[in-house]
Design a protein around this ligand. Structure first.
Ligand SMILES: Cc1cc2nc3c(=O)[nH]c(=O)nc-3n(C[C@H](O)[C@H](O)[C@H](O)COP(=O)(O)OP(=O)(O)OC[C@H]3O[C@@H](n4cnc5c(N)ncnc54)[C@H](O)[C@@H]3O)c2cc1C
Length: 293
């Protein structure tokens, strides 16, 4: 697919480029506008230990470059990129290596959440490694039926946690099939994460969404509870709703944009296409135009 010029152009809407430099240049521009960054080296479900070690090495380099360039940025990684499919031990060692470098450079390391096949293992590893690496952050997805309970357990340990809707295809027994339930679950979890009780335990919530209504709910809840602007943040993806950045910053909200880079963009890109049917139509128009002789 990436040999088609139209396709490549469209991928670049969501992916900064093939190299770390591409992502860090975007991060520097965002930082100049008062926006923090998260950087993802694309890759997931690696099949060999060498690939898993390579991914961990790449994230060590990401952390070193963030520190060297003095960027306000954090890495955001997937445990299946660090070898979770191969062995939990290999994955944990890699995670500790990356989180350890993050501790040394005073940088958070965010663990993305993947499909429900990984939820228990991801939260389990998060909890175990978090006891020695307080700079680890995790993610919960409001489309999962289990999430209200996960949020309570994360509040107990004062977690740094990103709340998102969820981007994987899941069966109805596991995830709400109706968008209204997903949004209602998001609203309930955001209330809990911004509650006085959660904040007193040290919870730092990050609300990852481009949904203006839900961002409005976050702001109302924070205002009603007298929550200071530096006790939570809103997160968005590179390439989506950039028009919201300036007004949210002007309103005093902390904002972070997640910037993916790398060659292994297929899974990430397909999730961005799938979550918005209009993207799919636009994508095919670009491909047809871009490949015309
Ligand atoms: C910073 C960040 C980190 C994330 N991390 C994870 C993770 O670890 N695990 C996980 O499962 N999911 C993750 N996601 C994805 C998330 O779960 C949703 O799939 C995604 O954010 C779309 O949902 P929404 O909240 O924006 O709401 P929606 O209701 O889907 O969208 C609201 C509006 O946003 C815009 N929009 C949303 N998606 C697109 C798109 N693809 N293209 C163009 N416009 C769009 C549209 O204007 C839409 O009307 C993350 C999202 C963000 C912002």
């Amino acid at each position: 697919m990436d040999r088609l010029p139209g396709a490549r152009r469209f991928v670049r809407r969501f992916v900064a480029g093939p190299a770390l430099d591409d992502a860090l240049e975007v991060a520097a521009r965002l930082n100049a506008d008062g926006i923090d960054a998260a950087v993802t080296h694309l890759g997931e479900n690696v099949a060999t230990a060498a690939d898993a070690t390579g991914a961990a090495d790449a994230y060590l380099h990401v952390l070193d470059e963030i520190a060297r360039r003095r960027l306000r940025a954090v890495p955001s990684l997937k445990l299946t990129h660090l070898g979770l499919d191969l062995s939990e031990t290999v994955c944990r060692e890699s995670l500790e290596r990356v989180a350890g470098r993050g501790l040394a450079t005073r940088t958070l390391v965010w663990i993305d959440m993947e499909s429900s096949a990984y939820t228990d293992r991801t939260l389990g590893l998060y909890r175990r490694v978090h006891t020695t690496h307080s700079n680890l952050a995790c993610v919960v997805q409001s489309y999962l039926r289990r999430t209200a309970q996960d949020v309570e357990r994360l509040i107990e340990i004062g977690a740094t946690v990103r709340l998102c809707k969820g981007a994987y295809r899941e069966p109805p027994a596991i995830a709400f099939p109706d968008k209204r339930d997903v949004d209602a679950g998001y609203a309930r979890s955001l209330e809990r994460l911004l509650s006085a009780d959660a904040l007193a335990r040290g919870v730092y919530p990050a609300f990852a969404t481009h949904d203006e209504r839900l961002i409005g709910r976050v702001r109302e809840q924070a205002r009603a509870g007298g929550v200071a602007a530096d006790r939570y943040e809103v997160q968005m993806l590179y390439g989506i709703r950039h028009d919201l950045h300036a007004p949210l910053r002007a309103a005093g909200l902390r904002l972070r944009v997640l910037i993916p880079y790398g060659e292994d963009w297929y899974g990430y890109f397909m999730r961005r296409l799938a979550e918005r049917p209009a993207n799919l139509a636009f994508f095919f128009r670009q491909v047809v135009r871009g490949s015309a002789p």
